[in-house]
Design a protein around this ligand. Sequence first.
Ligand SMILES: *Cc1c(COP(=O)(O)O)cnc(C)c1O
Length: 366
Amino acid sequence: MSAVDASLIERIIRDDVRAMGAYHVPDSHGLVKLDAMENPYRLPPELRAELAARLGEVALNRYPVPSSEALRAKLKAVMQVPAGMEVLLGNGSDEIISMLALAAARPGAKVMAPVPGFVMYAMSAQFAGLQFVGVPLRADFTLDREAMLAAMAEHQPAIVYLAYPNNPTGNLFDAVDMEAIVRAAQGPACRSLVVVDEAYQPFAQESWMPRLTEFGNLLVMRTVSKLGLAGIRLGYVAGDPQWLAQLDKVRPPYNVNVLTEATALFALEHVAVLDEQAAQLRAERTRVAQGMAACAGVTVFPSAANFLLARVPDAAQAFDRLLARKVLIKNVSKMHPLLANCLRVTVSTPEENAQFLEAFAASLQD
Ligand SMILES: *Cc1c(COP(=O)(O)O)cnc(C)c1O
């Protein structure tokens, strides 16, 4: 075996890529896994058997049908995409974020989002050679409308992301503030595409989808990941066909595989099951929030997502002590100064939540 020449790697791989840390997914074997906003529920056994039979019929030897016609039609119907609007599919909404960055990557172009926010907006921007501009939220994680409008006028971003609700803070931004941003992005001070990221829509039950027809510079992005299908990797973006036709040009052909397409179609036929799971998680969210808030020194922030953000006296210590009790959550306290001593925990089954709450209370003792 010949050795790899480090100087060749240096010559080929970009400086900023070599300087990056790899996206770290912690080993969760044997742990109560509450770090990744997964739905803890699987499909019921009888549906799993039916799905297995369905997947057995899929022609694995064939490429997917172009643009996944049937799945797009089903999504439009089930997700109430307004008439005249289209959807484009991605291998997770992460891929859609990458496509948006690629398509907008003119020299000097920028991507803007409130921070702390979803890290992929900044990462995808960097990969595509765009500059990312983060605009700090207020200390209570509400949108700083004036700061956003000023930053938009100054930086003229190509794309503005608004996650609704936001990750990792969990809150829904004020709809009036958001509308002001969408309108400001129509000019003349700034002309931008605004993407409302509704990854957590099943838990928020609020949406900009019905308002797509009001704004020619708006797209609404969703995913089935947090709804209970994180493993199949399917995201979608809804909006005017003129926008989506442009994005479609940078979409890798066949980006949604036949097993994902068949599984998603099946799940959408049984969407009531997923909706019921989401309703249970919303009820549990209230219970977990109350349990956490009952602990001395803990502030729990309002959440419209399937996770809770809380500030504790010592986040690193609480995280380690939870891990020692076999509970894995996310310590987000180093992500942004506004998140000092903050932890993020996914809402799960009543059993796992009880396990978490017990370990959480114990982790705060001296
Ligand atoms: C999880 C998440 C996504 C990514 O979802 P995938 O479809 O799994 O790639 C997008 N946006 C936000 C805000 C998220 O939290």
